[in-house]
Design a protein around this ligand. Structure first.
Ligand code: SAH
Length: 363
């Protein structure tokens, strides 16, 4: 934007003014941006386009979780989820239309992949969610938020549809924008990116945008992880752990969250808990156990509460900081791994999967 204004001989602070209009005062009609000259407004109208994702469906869970189906300008749609908690409001943001990874327990994977989201489509989810929540009267009073522009969304997790590091440039630009003082001013502690383990991009992220990192681990050894997260064949666990260590660097201050989906009798045994504890031994880590969220046509089962507790207790007894993630919004299919937009699958994976399951049921 700075470049755009420089090219037309305008002062660089024009971009700050525009950001404030759009993100803080929620003005999306250039005509109402009153501190810009008439000539500049005309020019902006002629050369730029201000568009937001369109909410086509809004669902509210009985626990207060909100899910929106947002339609993009090309007709594809994606999902975004808001999770209210006592002291914060977290928005789960999508980074791609579908996902090109093929994790076996994830609903988004089943749908295949269409394309990357653009920067405006990523930041637009935050804009639209805040707007919708404000219209519903949701306000998150955060005593430690200094900004005058308090918004219902205090935290962002890049944990919606897609692999954010596969769409690196757009995701980084959008996250930098969220953290800008002239937009939402989120601190980097409040922005978390989750990855299935794209090693080279983890290194790049440390340089480009040092937000909080979450890694979807799900298994402590390659044999098992290869089955659950096929990307592991490319970047096996040791390589991934080394990248995580480089990411925290010498500071050792910033903890990495390791996500671990709990699948009954598959990755939830006591011996795997011990293996996981050993893997976490010299890592500033927090393990987040996610009870598996089922969806149609999937054979995995969620681990029982007693198995999850046992797994957690083994980790805790070995000094690994571990919490079980509370399942939120599952009555509206808004929980982890249940997001599925509505789009054209360019990989034709969904079609293939359907054919295979028909074949299986015939045989
Ligand atoms: N592609 C990124 C971002 C998605 S984050 C990543 O893999 O990290 C969504 C989180 O939910 C990931 O940890 C993912 O592994 C997990 N998840 C996927 N399907 C799930 C399911 N059915 N139940 C519980 N968690 C699931």
């Amino acid at each position: 934007m700075n470049q755009y204004f420089a090219d037309m001989g305008e002062k660089p602070f024009r971009s700050q003014q525009i950001l404030q209009w759009i993100y803080q005062r929620k003005v999306t009609d250039v005509d109402n941006m009153t501190n810009l000259s008439k000539a500049l407004r005309l020019r902006l109208k002629e050369t730029t386009n201000l568009a937001l994702p369109k909410v086509v469906n809004q669902q509210i869970s009985k626990d207060g979780t909100c899910k929106w189906l947002m339609q993009l300008s090309d007709g594809n749609s994606i999902e975004t989820v808001f999770i209210p908690e006592e002291d914060r409001g977290t928005l789960c943001v999508s980074s791609q239309v579908g996902c090109s990874l093929n994790c076996t327990f994830c609903a988004t994977a089943r749908q295949g992949f269409s394309r990357h989201l653009t920067v405006d489509e990523i930041i637009g989810q935050l804009w639209v969610a805040n707007d919708a929540l404000e219209a519903m009267g949701v306000a998150t009073a955060k005593p430690d938020v200094i900004s005058d522009h308090r918004r219902p969304v205090t935290n962002v997790v890049m944990m919606g549809m897609g692999e954010p590091l596969a769409n690196f440039d757009n995701v980084v630009a959008a996250m930098n924008l969220m953290m800008d003082d002239f937009t939402f001013g989120l601190s980097r502690r409040r922005v978390t990116l989750s990855t299935a383990g794209m090693v080279p991009a983890i290194d790049q992220l440390a340089e480009a945008c040092p937000v909080s990192l979450a890694v979807s681990l799900h298994a402590p050894n390659d044999a098992l992880r290869d089955q659950l997260v096929p990307l592991n064949k490319k970047y096996p666990i040791q390589t991934l752990m080394e990248a995580c260590r480089r990411f925290v660097g010498d500071s050792m201050r910033q903890r990495i969250t390791f996500e671990y989906v709990m699948l009954q009798e598959l990755n939830d045994t006591p011996s795997l808990a011990k293996e996981l504890a050993a893997l976490m031994a010299d890592m500033p880590a927090k393990v987040n156990l996610i009870p598996f969220n089922p969806f149609e046509g999937i054979d995995y089962r969620r681990s029982s509460k007693s198995r999850i507790d046992r797994f957690r207790d083994i980790l805790l007894s070995r000094n690994v900081f571990t919490v079980t993630r509370k399942t939120r919004g599952d009555d509206i299919d808004a929980a982890c791994g249940q997001l599925a937009g509505d789009f054209v699958d360019r990989t034709r994976r969904s079609e293939r999967m359907q054919r295979e399951s028909i074949r299986v049921s015939l045989s």
